[in-house]
Design a protein around this ligand. Structure first.
Ligand SMILES: Nc1ncnc2c1ncn2[C@@H]1O[C@H](COP(=O)(O)OP(=O)(O)OP(=O)(O)O)[C@@H](O)[C@H]1O
Ligand SMILES: [Mg+2]
Length: 515
């Protein structure tokens, strides 16, 4: 064995000598050719094998190069004392570190040591290219023992790609994608436009009953950690949420909180911009894993009744506030009469075979009118969780007071707090309206702001109670009049229109029970 190493050392010495000699005497092209030949001879005697990962792969960037750069700079390099270069990727708010030129890093995987070298060489001029090429040629060279090759490849590369993706996801800001261009593709063939998603809503700031909040967080956590579960049970790794409730109760805020909690990107799907089921499928195929796909106001985006059973009327899209709060009137108007999406197309989108072409995706539908949705959308197995976003309750109010006034339960506010507790349910006020009152009064000190809020809530509750009493009285008078007239059919005909209202209320109660 010792002879072998001695021979190898002498060979290396000879190679170094030859390289020095060639450098002095021969032109660069010849030198490069001889150096390549000598390098190949050396490697064939070496106990190692080498793999080059170049920066470009033909015309395009090499995805593995970027992944190796990210992986080495974030995991292996900091502990090995290598020199790092600093960069900030497009759309990211944090810096990432890269391995500097000609530096080496030793890493270990499955008990085997590997070495990476970052080689940067000047690009030789000449040759034609359609796009400007960088002045330097960069590559990583991976060196592993021949005996470890079977064990390490491709598992080690898979590990690097997965780790790099995770690092990228954590370091980058969330992205919000929209399909506002209709079906048109951008230069890279993508139908989605990304913008940085900086919605500050989190589960801490979301005003809702703490137990329900915890159960949603636990469900999301189970989903995100559920790779093995979904594989074992043969289920597609996706989950559906239906958020419903009056406007201003926090449905969009909940979606932002979910995205921030899981670190997922959001695809805000504007159905009125999609012209056919095939286009819908294409959009789905171009979404990435670890994302939330949102369809807001599902009841009024397009006509989604079961077209097999009903002749469809022309769709009448309603301009809606998007997740960032803006309303695109033009887009909604322009889309009128254009969409031919059917309910079955939408169900295929969420449930069919195409919905499994990626993994780890959450579908969220929102609506203000659950009673208007086709029962096919509500059937069990469609949307896994129905979440009722209710008017502001007392526990939710306490969260808003903490958010807006930094209220910690001070003793001198005890009286006004008990007033708020007494009146809040009767007022049926949304968290959005409560927030408005608190924002308006936040400079007046917490006690005065809370008193203002109590006045608003009391006035609203009293108005509602008076309205309800008046409606009841009107009903009684009507009954009495009917009785006085003495209709022969009285009490035999069913009261038209009552069913749907009651169905809505029952469903609300059912859904509340689900959480
Ligand atoms: N549950 C809540 N917790 C905290 N803030 C809320 C909540 N509900 C509403 N808000 C506040 O009200 C504003 C509007 O809320 P949001 O857009 O989430 O309501 P929504 O239910 O999506 O309404 P819409 O049905 O009109 O789309 C938010 O910017 C937020 O500040
Ligand atoms: Mg909303």
């Amino acid at each position: 064995m010792r002879e072998y190493w001695t021979a190898l050392a002498s060979l290396m010495g000879a190679v170094a000598f030859m390289q020095g000699f060639l450098h002095a005497v021969f032109p660069p092209e010849l030198r490069a050719a001889v150096a390549r030949l000598l390098g190949r001879m050396t490697r064939s005697f070496s106990p190692y094998c080498y793999f080059d990962v170049t920066e470009t792969d033909g015309m395009s960037n090499n995805e593995i190069y970027d992944a190796v750069q990210l992986y080495l700079s974030s995991t292996a390099a900091p502990s090995s004392g290598a020199r790092l270069s600093l960069t900030r990727p497009h759309n990211a708010s944090s810096f990432t570190f890269g391995l500097a030129a000609s530096d080496r890093v030793v890493d270990a995987f499955l008990g085997a040591a590997v070495t990476w070298e970052h080689v940067v060489a000047p690009r030789q001029s000449g040759g034609f290219s359609w796009r400007p090429l960088p002045e330097e040629k960069r590559r990583f060279t991976l060196r592993i023992r021949r005996g470890d090759r079977e064990k390490l490849l491709p598992a080690y590369l898979d590990h690097i790609l997965a780790t790099a993706q995770e690092i990228r996801r954590r370091s980058q800001d969330r992205l919000l994608y929209t399909n506002a261009r209709g079906g048109a593709m951008d230069g890279r063939g993508l139908p989605w436009d990304p913008v940085p998603f900086k919605h500050p809503s989190t589960f801490d700031t979301l005003a809702m009953d703490p137990d329900r909040k915890e159960s949603i967080k636990a469900d999301l956590r189970d989903f995100a950690d559920g790779s093995a579960f979904y594989e074992r049970t043969g289920r597609a790794w996706k989950r559906g949420y239906l958020l419903y409730g009056p406007p201003g109760t926090g449905k969009s805020s909940m979606i932002a909180a979910m995205a921030n909690f899981l670190g997922y990107d959001v695809y805000d799907l504007e159905l009125t911009e999609v012209s056919s089921n095939a286009e819908l499928r294409k959009l789905l195929m171009k979404t990435t894993s670890k994302s939330i796909i949102v369809i807001e106001d599902i009841d009024c985006s397009v006509d989604l009744t079961n077209r097999a059973a009903l002749p469809a009327p022309a769709p009448k899209p309603r301009p809606r506030p998007s997740i960032d709060g803006s309303v695109d009137q033009d887009a909604a108007g322009a889309a009128a009469g254009r969409s031919s999406i059917t309910l079955s197309g939408l169900l295929n989108f969420t449930d069919g075979l195409w919905s499994c072409c990626g993994s780890e995706r959450i579908f969220v539908f929102t609506t203000n009118h659950i009673e208007k949705l086709d029962p096919a959308l509500l059937r069990s197995g469609r949307m896994d969780m129905h979440v009722f976003m209710s008017y502001c309750s007392f526990p939710a109010l306490k969260i808003l007071l903490k958010n807006y006034l930094c209220f910690q339960g001070d003793a001198d506010c005890a009286e006004v707090m008990s007033g708020l507790e007494e009146w809040i349910d009767a007022a049926e006020i949304t968290p959005a309206d409560v927030s408005e009152v608190l924002i308006k009064n936040r400079r007046n000190g917490e006690k005065q702001a809370m008193e203002e809020l109590l006045d608003v809530i009391k006035a609203r509750a009293e108005k509602r109670l008076i309205g309800t009493a008046a409606a009841r009285k009107d009903g009684e008078v009507e009954e009495e009049e009917k009785r006085a007239v003495g209709s022969p059919k009285e009490g035999k005909e069913p009261a038209a229109g009552n069913d749907s209202c009651e169905v809505g209320q029952d469903e609300e109660t059912d859904a509340k029970k689900q959480l």
